[in-house]
Design a protein. Structure first.
Length: 324
C-alpha cells in the first residue's frame, strides 16, 4: 500500500514539476527575476529527486542474492538520502547564492506579468500535486500526527514528496511576494530577499530529510505497536512461555527482520521445540506480514538469573537477562 501510494504521489509530483519548471524558466527569460530563476532550478531539482526515488523503488524490488541475502530494500533509503543532498545543494544553496547576489546588485524587473502568471499557474499545479501526496500520506499515517508520521515513516517516498510540495507551495508564495513588492516599490532588492528566503527554506527541508533518511540508513526498529504484536504472537503459553529479549530491524519499508530469544520449558524435547518454533514463526507472519526474516533462539528461562540482571561482562546493547 505504501509503495503504490508513494508511486502515485511521485508520478503526480514529477508531471507537475516538469510543467512548472518550463513555465518558470520562460518567465525568467522575459523578466530577469532571480526569484523565477531560483524557483525554476528548484522545480528541476524536485523533478530529478522524483526520478531518483522512482529508480530507488525499482532497484529495491530486486530479488535477494548471495551477495545481498536480505535483499535490496534499503536502496529506497539510499536514494532518499540522495534526494536530500540534491535539494540542499542544487535547490537551496543555489537560491541562497542568487538571492545574495540580487540583494547586492538589484536590477529592474521586466515583464512582471509573465512572472505573476507563471507563479499563479505553478501554485495551482503544485496544489494538485500536494493534494495527491496529502491524500496518500493520510492513508498511510493512520491516527498519527503529521510530525510523528514524517519522523516515523519507514517508506521515504511519501514524506519526501509531502515535504517537497509543502516547501514548493511556500516558496511560490514567497516568490510571488518578492515579485509583487518589486513591482510596487520599483526596488529589485525585494526580489532578492524572496529568492534568499526560498533558499533558506529549501536548506531547512533538506536538513530534515537528511536526518530522517540517515536514521533509516543506519537501521531503525519496528514501531512500538508492531513490536508489541510480534511479542504477543511469539508466546503460546505452552511450549514458548515468554520472550526473553527481542530485536527488530527494518531491512526496507516493507521488510522486517525479527530476532528473539524465547523461553521454553525445560522438559520440552527437540521435536517439540522445532514444532513450537515453526508455529511461532507462522503466528508472527500472520500478525505482522512484513516480518520476512525471523530467527528464534530457544532458551530455558531462569527467574533467578533474570532477577540478578544482565551479566556485567556483557557488551552494551547485548541480549540482556536470559538464563540457563
Amino acid at each position: 500500500m505504501s509503495t503504490e501510494g508513494g508511486t502515485r504521489a511521485l508520478v503526480a509530483a514529477l508531471s507537475a514539476n516538469l510543467a512548472i519548471a518550463l513555465g518558470k524558466f520562460t518567465a525568467f527569460a522575459f523578466t530577469g527575476s532571480s526569484s523565477m530563476l531560483a524557483e525554476g532550478v528548484h522545480s528541476v531539482a524536485d523533478s530529478g529527486n522524483q526520478v531518483l526515488l522512482l529508480i530507488g523503488g525499482r532497484r529495491a524490488a530486486r530479488v535477494a542474492d548471495e551477495e545481498h541475502p536480505f535483499g535490496y530494500g534499503r536502496e529506497r533509503y539510499v536514494y532518499g538520502f540522495l534526494v536530500a543532498i540534491v535539494l540542499f545543494s542544487v535547490g537551496g544553496l543555489f537560491a541562497v547564492y542568487e538571492g545574495y547576489q540580487k540583494i547586492r546588485h538589484p536590477h529592474e524587473l521586466r515583464g512582471w506579468a509573465w512572472a505573476v502568471g507563471v507563479l499563479v499557474f505553478a501554485i495551482v499545479m503544485e496544489g494538485l500535486s500536494f493534494r495527491t501526496a496529502y491524500r496518500e500520506a493520510g492513508r498511510a499515517k493512520g491516527t498519527a500526527g503529521w510530525v510523528a508520521y514524517v519522523r516515523r515513516a519507514k517508506a521515504p517516498e511519501l514524506p519526501v514528496v509531502l515535504l517537497e510540495d509543502t516547501g514548493a507551495l511556500i516558496g511560490l508564495v514567497l516568490a510571488l511576494t518578492g515579485v509583487g513588492l518589486t513591482v510596487l516599490t520599483g526596488d529589485g532588492v525585494w526580489d532578492g530577499l524572496g529568492t534568499l528566503t526560498i533558499g533558506l527554506l529549501l536548506v531547512l527541508i533538506a536538513v530534515v530529510l537528511a536526518l530522517e533518511t540517515k536514521s533509516l540508513l543506519i537501521g531503525e526498529s519496528a514501531d512500538r505497536s508492531v513490536v508489541a504484536a510480534v511479542r504477543a504472537a511469539l508466546v503460546d503459553g505452552r511450549s514458548l512461555t515468554r520472550v526473553i529479549h527481542l530485536r527488530t530491524l527494518h531491512l526496507g519499508p516493507e521488510e522486517l527482520l525479527v530476532a528473539a530469544k524465547v523461553g521454553v520449558r525445560a522438559e520440552a524435547t527437540a521435536t517439540q521445540l522445532a514444532v513450537a518454533i515453526d508455529a511461532a514463526e507462522a503466528r508472527v507472519r500472520a500478525a505482522v506480514p512484513i516480518a520476512r526474516a525471523i530467527y528464534l533462539e530457544p532458551d530455558v528461562f531462569s527467574a533467578e538469573q533474570a532477577a540478578a540482571g544482565p551479566d556485567p561482562a556483557a557488551t552494551p546493547g547485548g541480549p540482556g537477562p536470559a538464563g540457563h
